[in-house]
Design a protein around this ligand. Structure first.
Ligand code: 13P
Ligand code: SF4
Length: 350
């Protein structure tokens, strides 16, 4: 269990973290990137943390990589790079700093460690998991191989290092269909997300895609009826889904793509109204950049992603705790699967 009391006592001894309206107004250049979604009172609360993190980051020679689902004060306030899972993995290979602070979930931090093992990789809360990563183990991969002999295993990056090590190649939501299409085999095992696999199967009908029955607790909550009802009520809204949604939900949408694919689509299309059928921070993070777009409709919060807060980022940098380690033998095998994905994505122009 995360020790909040120890963290708060120690931070209070070293930093002045009381809400500070004067500091907040001095940092107005940062605030301008999120002032439509973060109110001034909250910014006065966040500013001391943002200032302390950015100072410590330079002193400790650290880089902060943030997933698109981070809250706006993390995304715009302290991150050096933000993106989807594929972009974060590629960025991790390039990091030259001594420390990578992964603002995202545990499998993302493990992927950074696998790809850049010489670096210290910190995750602000080691308990930031993922329902997909928790749904399968290396034994599950062996079970699928026994059921479909000879078929290659394509595992979503939302998996542990052990599962990656037991797989032939990884994929993310931005390259899954292209990778499955490019593999020479007819039958392809996809793990652990049944819905991503079913969406890929629809996109690549020439393949026989078989899947593990995992799912994302955020995206599985949407139903096709919700989308139809919303469209009837608000017909001019562009409905955009993540491919972790069930296929009947994706079928009702105007576009489906990775988190960065969704952002690019909204930037390019500039719809008057847009509903992002995914995690709540996505719309918040682009609201200031795209004031012409009215983001409407429901969103679901990822409880794992939301474990990452400014306070825990400061603590992990300060204390150097919550370091991610991957057994070197496991990392070696997992690296092959992740690097195959990165190389294949490059060849396919993704
Ligand atoms: P992306 O690769 O699209 O960013 O997705 C990661 C994720 O966990 C979405 O739920
Ligand atoms: Fe995992 Fe779903 Fe959260 Fe993404 S949104 S980290 S897939 S639980």
């Amino acid at each position: 269990m995360f020790d909040f009391a120890r963290m708060r006592d120690e931070l209070a001894d070293h930093y002045d973290l009381a809400p500070d309206p004067a500091l907040a107004s001095k940092m107005s250049d940062i605030y301008e990137t999120m002032d439509r979604v973060v109110n001034p009172v909250d910014w006065a609360r966040h500013a001391p943390y943002v200032a302390a993190i950015n100072k410590l980051k330079n002193e400790k020679n650290a880089v902060i990589l943030a997933h698109n689902y981070m809250t706006p004060e993390i995304y715009h306030g302290v991150s050096d790079f933000f993106g989807d899972s594929l972009q974060l993995a590629i960025e991790a290979t390039k990091a030259e700093e001594d420390i990578i602070v992964q603002c995202g979930v545990h499998f993302m931090a493990e992927t950074s460690k696998i790809l850049n093992p010489a670096k210290t990789v910190l995750i602000p809360d080691v308990e930031a998991g993922c329902s997909l990563a928790e749904s399968i183990t290396a034994e599950g991969i062996a079970e699928m191989r026994a059921k479909y002999p000879g078929a290659p295993v394509v595992s979503y990056v939302n998996t542990t290092a052990e599962v990656k090590a037991a797989s032939d190649i990884c994929c993310t939501s931005s390259n899954a269909a292209a990778i499955v299409r490019a593999l020479p085999d007819k039958t392809i095992i996809m793990t652990p997300d049944q819905y991503l696999a079913q969406n890929v199967a629809n996109e690549v009908p020439e393949k026989n895609v078989v899947w593990w029955e995992g799912s994302c607790i955020v995206h599985e909550q949407y139903t096709a009826q919700d989308i139809r009802d919303f469209r009837e009520w608000h017909p001019t809204t562009r409905i955009i889904t993540h491919p972790e949604c069930p296929p009947d939900v994706v079928a009702e949408s105007d576009f489906s793509g990775s988190t960065s694919g969704i952002i690019t689509y909204v930037r390019d299309e500039m719809p008057e109204h847009a509903m992002l059928v995914t995690e709540c921070s996505m719309a918040s993070n682009i609201a200031d950049e795209l004031p012409e777009v009215d983001f409407v409709g429901p969103c679901n919060m990822c409880p794992y992603m939301k474990k990452i807060t400014l306070e825990k980022i400061l603590w992990s940098l300060h204390a150097g705790e919550q370091e991610v380690q991957v057994d070197p033998e496991v990392a070696k095998k997992a690296r092959l699967a992740v690097e195959r994905m990165i190389d294949m994505s490059r060849e396919l122009g993704i």
